[in-house]
Design a protein around this ligand. Structure first.
Ligand SMILES: [Zn+2]
Length: 378
């Protein structure tokens, strides 16, 4: 008996030092995917169930030719991927290696090209872990965008298009057409009066996926991104103008429904996809983004009111919109009236109202750009 107690004592005191214990595997690691962005790499570990994990950095040794690494230990997990080594070879990550470190613990090692900041988040439905790695201090493109105190390039994103009409309202009024007409007029105005580069994610009636839209924004390394939409509701009385910026921790059902429609996904999946951004990336523009949304919203209401006196100011809100995950720049999404509301649909058909909307968005961008120099962000 005393020997057993002694053994137990030894196990308790000198047992596994790591907080990840070997437990019977309940989940399998079935594969690895990665997304390479200009500024960071996201590695996605596909799992068959929930797991507990730890994540640690390891310094490299140039003398011994050992790269800096980040490793994760997944407890209660069995390695079930046919490819235990995946070459990434982007700016940040060289490769991902996986092994059954011990019974019930899978170790995943990211060999980095340079030391980086890392963050990992467990996601469900399907189960997976997203690991983000970015260079310490950021990449030059990002730094330039974040530090630059002027607006030189803007990406405008007219919602929907082609086979996707967006919301269809009173008398067949289509969201995709309103968005395109406003975006084109706004682009002309911005180029002419602010002298900025403007890139449209679509300049005609074609379908562009949300992923392509965010890719365009990332590729262009723009200073800001504005997505243009019109709302609709089964409640015919619903009316007004509103501006959104990204936040995935939203529980308001009406906002989730709108985001699900704009994202082309189900209500259940709207807050739980690979596009959920880590706080690391949301935090980067935590200061600029609400400023942009606030400028757009107040200027819109101010300029539209003389042309449409019944305008309702629904304010600035937050929501989980996929297209706002451009991540590298302040981004906002405007909902220009409700096409399902008879009065607002009629207003949207009037050229004077559209011109006032363009005027509002133009001054919103301009006020944001002018205010940038005075804004103090970390
Ligand atoms: Zn839309």
């Amino acid at each position: 008996m005393a020997r057993w107690l002694a053994l137990l004592f030894v196990l308790c005191v000198f047992g596994p030092a790591s907080d990840v214990h070997a437990v019977a595997p309940k989940a399998r690691l079935t594969g690895v995917r990665f997304l390479s962005s200009v500024n960071y790499t996201r590695v996605i570990l596909d799992l068959t169930g929930r797991v507990k994990f730890t994540i640690q950095p390891l310094a490299g040794s140039p003398r011994k030719r050992i790269p800096p690494r980040v490793y994760l230990d997944l407890s209660g997990t069995r390695l079930a991927t046919p490819r235990p080594r995946v070459e990434v070879r982007d700016r940040m990550v060289q490769r991902v290696r996986m092994s059954q470190y011990k019974a019930g613990v899978v170790r995943v090692v990211l060999d980095l090209k340079q030391p980086g900041n890392h963050e990992a988040v467990l996601l469900a439905n399907p189960h997976r872990i997203a690991v983000d790695v970015e260079r310490k201090g950021g990449f030059p493109v990002r730094t330039e965008g974040a530090v630059r105190r002027s607006v030189r390039r803007i990406v405008l994103d007219p919602g929907h298009g082609g086979k996707d009409p967006g919301a269809v309202g009173v008398n067949g009024l289509r969201e995709k057409n309103i968005a395109l007409s406003i975006a084109r007029m706004l682009a002309r105005r911005l180029r002419r009066e602010m002298g900025v580069d403007v890139v449209l994610t679509r300049d005609r009636d074609v379908f562009v996926s949300l992923k392509e839209r965010t890719n365009i924004a990332t590729r262009e390394a723009a200073d800001l991104f504005v997505s243009i939409h019109s709302n609709a509701s089964t409640n015919r009385a619903a009316a007004g103008l509103e501006t959104y910026y990204l936040d995935h921790r939203i529980t308001d059902r009406a906002i989730l429904k709108l985001a699900a429609r704009e994202n082309g996904t189900s209500l259940r999946n709207v807050t739980d996809r690979d596009y959920i951004l880590s706080d690391m990336k949301l935090g980067r523009f935590a200061c600029f983004t609400p400023l942009l949304a606030g400028n757009l919203q107040s200027s819109l209401v101010r300029k539209v009111r003389p042309r449409y006196s019944r305008v309702r100011d629904l304010g600035v809100k937050k929501g989980p919109f996929y297209v706002l995950t451009v991540g590298e720049m302040p981004a906002a999404l405007v909902e220009l009236f409700f096409v399902s509301n008879r009065r607002e649909a009629r207003a949207l058909r009037r050229q004077a109202v559209r011109a006032a909307i363009v005027e509002g968005l133009f001054h919103g961008v301009k006020e944001y750009a002018d205010g940038l120099r005075k804004t103090r962000c970390r």
